[in-house]
Design a protein around this ligand. Structure first.
Ligand code: ATP
Ligand code: MG
Length: 575
């Protein structure tokens, strides 16, 4: 067995899954965000892949395998060659022709379908692959969690119409439920933004975990659950009809650059203030496009995803503005920017500000604010949109109960693409009247390597990994205490042979090491069943212990074997 465990915590690793995968010798870093899989890691990965494969096949999808290398021309057809940004790993061949290493495969699968599907009789169809993806992430980190090369299962469904897509989407959603359940994950499907992939209607499957990078808002009174990016925060109740619009008045507010400071200085609640957030946007060549000011009520946070969607630009095409630079052409003044005096920039106004009267905002003048600012009378927005983050405690957008937040790891996402790619790339079918229609598409991803890390985040303790049986590299490990003892050796080998014959995947630790070292390694590797063959072997007794339980028992050899076989039969598939 090729295996090398580490006692020390590797310095670059911060989260349990990263630390344990390295310590257990399951993965090996090549360069930042690029990992290789050693025998035990590869075995686990293949178990996860097999679960994915079984459930995809059962849902009627067919497996293919496409290349990671993709020609730029297809990405130009869909418009994503420029829209995708620096995460796209671009390469050139020796003749200077552009390619990328695929971060996802919508263009490729749409291309297959437009070339091969022409009639309604050929649909619906669902194709998938389990394949290596490349994303030149700005900050690769946490080992397999956010890497630059990773394994994804990506599926693409092709339907005649919206109703067909709904069925395909539902089937994939249900398959994902089964897959993540079988992998032993505690997870939650949540409504999601569809991001750079596009389309309308999406769910993320989120494995609940403190180290996760997805923030989720959910409600305990109804079934609302959404990523923070997607979650809708309801507008505040408008000011009463009876409240009269007061005349604007410039007030001296020295040194009050933050909302807290100005509200405190003027003795106003933060709800009576308007916060300005200043941005610069860039065109496809990365050159300055526009300045943007987003306005939300002072106590709110800006939802960047909603701002980017309102502006209809890619996420990477916007950054915080240099306020001084921006000030030269727009009148913005750091800490004192407000909507009334600002000019020559795109003003995006949160929807609730339209109904709120007599607000306080920056005066676009050092150390000054203006009170009694009113939408319509004193300023207008170029774009009105709901821009605010749904914070913990805010009313649920569905039922009004206070919302809660939690964190998780996005292990999968399903999207309704509808006709975004088929229209851009001309993937159509003819109905029985020879009329042409665009094909309705969905796409469905699972981060296979990220799922492996997520499983560890949910299944570990201070000593190591605690694999669910369905994905463990081996079901059982036999720890032979004294390899030089003939009786112990003979008993170990007999158990090994019997378990193997019964379909239990088993390791025999007959290394010439102290028992403590072997126990530590067995715990670190997370093998679910441990059978220890020691002093009592001559009397036909061994120790039986499950990695997930604290207690162990002494059992007759045959009973230990039976217990192991029973457990693997019950939990091996994770169903
Ligand atoms: P994230 O928001 O975490 O960057 P994403 O939404 O961009 O992910 P998708 O395009 O939905 O990712 O890709 C499908 C799945 O691939 C994700 O649900 C995730 O499990 C996995 N994945 C995406 N990026 C990475 C990465 N850098 N490393 C490992 N897995 C990833
Ligand atoms: Mg996603």
């Amino acid at each position: 067995m090729y295996m090398k465990t580490l006692r020390e915590v590797p310095t670059e690793a911060e989260i349990p899954s990263h630390i344990l995968l390295l310590r257990a010798g399951m993965i090996r870093k090549l360069v930042s965000g690029v990992y290789g899989f050693m025998p035990l890691g590869w075995k686990t990965l293949r178990k996860i892949e097999d679960i994915v494969r079984e459930e995809m096949d059962a849902a009627g999808a067919q497996e293919i395998l496409m290349s990671a290398v993709q020609p730029a021309e297809l990405w130009e057809e869909s418009g994503r060659w420029s829209a995708y940004g620096p995460e796209l790993w671009r390469i050139k061949d020796r003749n200077g022709r552009d390619f990328c290493l695929g971060p996802t495969h919508e263009e490729i699968f749409t291309d297959i379908i437009r070339d091969t599907v022409s009639s309604y009789r050929q649909l619906p169809m669902n194709l998938y692959q389990i394949q290596t993806k490349y994303r030149d992430e700005a900050r690769p980190r946490f080992g397999l969690m956010r890497s630059r090369e990773f394994i994804m299962k990506d599926a693409y469904s092709f339907d005649l119409d919206e109703e067909g897509l709904d069925v395909s989407y539902r089937d994939m959603y249900d398959a994902y439920d089964k897959i993540f359940t079988r992998c032993g994950l505690k997870f939650r499907p949540v409504e999601a933004d569809s991001g750079a992939i596009g389309g309308k209607g999406s769910h993320e499957f989120t494995a609940l975990s403190e180290v996760g990078e997805s923030e989720i808002a959910y409600c305990e009174s109804c079934d609302m659950a959404a990523t923070l990016e997607k979650a809708e925060c309801k507008d505040a109740t408008p000011s009463p009809e009876s409240e009269t619009l007061l005349p604007m008045e410039e007030v001296n507010t020295p040194g009050t650059k933050t909302i807290e400071e100005v509200a405190g200085f003027l003795g106003l609640p933060k709800e009576k203030t308007i916060k300005a957030l200043l941005f610069e946007t860039f065109d496809e060549e990365g050159k300055h496009a526009n300045y943007v000011a987003a306005f939300v009520r002072g106590d709110r946070d800006l939802n960047m995803t909603k701002l980017v969607n309102a502006l209809d630009i890619p996420e990477h095409a916007i950054a915080f503005a240099n306020e001084e630079e921006m000030g030269k052409t727009t009148g913005a003044v750091g800490g004192f920017t407000g909507p009334t005096k600002l000019h020559d920039c795109i003003k995006v106004v949160d929807s609730e500000l339209l109904g709120l009267k007599n607000m306080c905002a920056g005066a676009c003048k050092e150390d000054h604010h203006i009170i009694n600012v009113n939408y319509g009378r004193d300023y207008e927005g170029d774009i009105i949109a709901n821009l605010k983050v749904l914070k913990e405690g805010d009313p649920c957008p569905i039922c009004g109960a206070p919302v809660k937040h939690t964190r998780g790891i996005e292990v999968g996402q399903v999207f309704k693409l509808r006709t975004k790619y088929s229209e851009a790339m001309g993937a159509t079918y003819k109905d029985d009247n020879q009329q042409e229609h665009p094909i309705y598409m969905g796409c469905y991803g699972i981060g296979v390597t990220r799922t492996m890390a997520a499983i560890i985040e949910q299944h570990h303790d201070d000593h190591g990994i605690i694999w669910p049986i369905s994905v463990a590299p081996y079901h059982a490990i036999i720890t032979l205490v004294k390899p030089e003892d003939e009786v112990q050796k003979e008993v170990s080998e007999r158990i090994y042979a019997e378990l193997q014959a019964a379909g239990v995947e088993v390791l025999l630790d007959d290394r010439d090491e102290r028992p403590g070292v072997k126990f530590n390694d067995a715990d670190l590797l997370g093998i679910p069943i441990r059978i220890t063959v020691g002093k009592l072997a001559g009397e036909g007794v061994v120790e039986y212990k499950l990695r997930r339980d604290a207690d162990k028992s002494e059992l007759p050899i045959e009973q230990a074997i039976e217990e192991a076989i029973k457990l693997v039969a019950a939990e091996g598939s994770g169903r």
